[in-house]
Design a protein around this ligand. Structure first.
Ligand SMILES: [Zn+2]
Length: 253
């Protein structure tokens, strides 16, 4: 009988301990999920109604705001789409007038690419863009100095979905989930030559990120807390290394 009582007591104790452990473990996971993690979704090269219609509907469906880096000549071609993007609460950035390779441009031509688009954005959308993203992420000391002296913040990305290559929606989703972390910036395109799987991928990675506790914000919102005040923080490692090498080699020469 004594043995039975002890066994019963041990069972009760074990049960209490395991339920405590379960609660602690559960609390731990809940804390991790509830911790506010912010992420910015960005689209380059539009506006383009063909893709933007569905992209905007998906963003509305999940009640999230994104940032669109627009090309000046595309805004001229589709002003209504540009206005629609703004009216639905998304942020706009400057992505040059004609998407030329910036490394081949002189300072004056570079300034013209930026200022021309700046005027178009102000005229068509009625607001000034404060963010600039160089085509193909090309950064040099000239680009950096022109962009910042024009009052822009230079913005690159930390997750490259490679959606412009016709990458499958599953592969895009995988890249996003692998690179997701607090402060990450996702690069997608709302203008692609050929078939785009971007919208299908959004339907996969957006709910997964929301379930993982991410809050989608615009790039300006992401930068507004001051933790990413230095643009270097937004430059992908490889590009930043290339920039450093370029700067170093120009110093050496
Ligand atoms: Zn681009």
């Amino acid at each position: 009988m004594e043995v039975l009582k002890r066994a019963l007591a041990a069972l009760v104790l074990l049960s209490v301990l395991s339920s405590c452990f379960y609660v602690f473990a559960d609390e731990g996971n809940k804390g991790e999920n509830e911790k506010c993690k912010r992420i910015a979704l960005t689209f380059d090269d539009g506006p383009c109604a063909k893709y933007d219609r569905r992209i905007l509907d998906i963003l509305d469906k999940y009640k999230i705001k994104a940032t669109f880096f627009m090309v000046g000549e595309n805004i001229e071609r589709e002003p209504e789409t540009a206005r629609e993007i703004v009216s639905r609460g998304h942020e706009i950035g400057n992505h040059t007038y004609s998407h030329k390779k910036l490394g081949r441009l002189g300072r004056n031509e570079l300034e013209s690419e930026i200022s021309r688009t700046e005027s178009i954005i102000e005229r068509v959308c009625g607001k000034k863009a404060v963010l600039f993203r160089p085509p193909e992420g090309y950064v040099s000391d000239t680009v950096s100095s022109v962009v910042t002296s024009d009052g822009y913040r230079l913005v690159l990305w930390s997750i490259d979905t490679l959606d412009w290559k016709g990458t499958s929606s599953d592969a895009i989703c995988q890249k996003v989930m692998k690179g997701a972390k607090d402060g990450a910036i996702i690069l997608c395109h709302d203008y692609i030559f050929g078939k785009s799987n971007t919208a299908d991928a959004m339907e996969k990675f957006i709910p997964r990120l929301i379930n993982a506790g991410y809050e989608f914000v615009t790039v300006s919102e992401l930068l507004s807390d001051g933790t990413s005040s230095v643009n270097i923080a937004l430059v992908p490692q490889v590009l930043w290394t290339a920039t450093l090498l370029r700067v170093c080699s120009s110093v050496t020469l």
